[in-house]
Design a protein around this ligand. Sequence first.
Ligand code: BES
Ligand code: MN
Ligand code: ZN
Length: 492
Amino acid sequence: MQISFQTEIKTTGTLVLGVFEDKILTKAAQHLGSQINGTILKAINASTFKGKKDEVLSFFAPHGVEYSQIILIGLGKPEKLTPLAFQEIGAKIMVALSKCQDSHACINITDEKISDLAESVAFMAAGADIRSWKFDQYKTKKKDEVSLKELIFITANVAHTEKCFETLKAINEGMALTRHVVSEPPNVIYPESMAEIAKGLKKLGVKVEILDEKHMKKLGMNALLGVGQGSIRESQLIVLQWMNGPKDQTPIAIVGKGVTFDTGGISIKPSNGMEDMKYDMAGSGVVLGLLKSLALRKAKVNVVGVMGMVENMPSGSAQRPSDVVTSMSGQTIEILNTDAEGRLVLADALWYTQNRFKPQAMIDLATLTGAINVALGWEYAGLFSNNDNLSEKLTKAGESTGEKLWRLPMGESYDKDIDSDIADVKNTGSGRGAGSITAAQFLQRFVSNVPWAHLDIASMAWEKKDKPLIAKGASGFGVRLLNEFLMKHYEG
Ligand code: BES
Ligand code: MN
Ligand code: ZN
């Protein structure tokens, strides 16, 4: 599907027009000649369409008019039209267009009440692009549908709109990579295949290093290695660097949990729902997608991405509940539940990252606990941090991108709950609630004094049903959030 920007309406295919709340037509919808205008008013008055945000009204164009169909899209109140709202409107348009068997469409929402039309149109186009993402490569019988080939957005300033869209498109492409690897089944995505995909970023200028098991063993990463030891797939640590910022800028580090399949190990999960555990590598998928978008938009920033890749399987060589391992930090960990494996992977990945790169801030993303869903449902990812300033920046970026975060408390009394009887720390709490917090406390034991934030994305990485912007399936949650966070605070 081709997206382009023009100043003039193209008079074939479907025409999409904006209507504000209370049936107030945009200027674009008013200036189409009396025949079309009459039809629009008739259609609105014959329906319940009011122009509220996300309302849609589709109808065939009258006889003798060049367009095949007309779609009215509700814009709601002009003062509520944020960039995110425009993305959602673009997505809504995409959904409406996919139902109408037309290969070309032209979208015009021009009105002086839209303060920055160029930027708004770019966000709308980006929303349509996000909504058009599909994972259908394993469907051998393609549906008998006319597919959309061309989307033309009308803007008064083509150059400015294109420039803005270019950035958003780079973010979308990173997000699409994340969604792709998260959607792929675990017989296709495993630590070494992820490493191969990561190497694909080299051609964009990303530095890619792969640490294999031998290398990690030498570094003493026994917490990470222990999780992967039951699998025939070799564990990998993938280290990505995008250093396009000022020479003197200390990097920001992003670390991702990459469990390519989480059976639970010897503490095996029930079979019901276990298939969901293919997306237990979503944190690492976000790191990969983020670095891709930084490279595509040539971001002037220094970012390190670290992906801890393992497969958690039960077998004769698997780790047992009650095993004790020595992590890279030197701290010993008693493993009481082999299903609390993400924190073991991150313990070494975080330690490695902060010691090698001395980042100015370190953020990890992980589908870490089922308990985060009990706490926050499917609305917010959990945010845990040792730093108020970093938390605030991340929370704000979450609000403006719609990838929302909610900070949860941490503290000494929670920390006590993971003291082990025989080692320095144990990998589960005592089962008296707050499972997401004790998991975060565990991670914090492997973080020195660097500003750090942990995002528990277990309920956000996969959408169980369609949302305004994101269709059911892998969400890419985190990619837009972190791009926004970096653009706002670290890019010159
Ligand atoms: N990968 C899971 C958490 C998860 C659950 C992610 C649902 C996505 C959706 C994690 O490794 C896990 O198994 N956590 C356990 C921890 C427990 C054993 C302390 C959990 O949440 O039950
Ligand atoms: Mn687990
Ligand atoms: Zn897991």
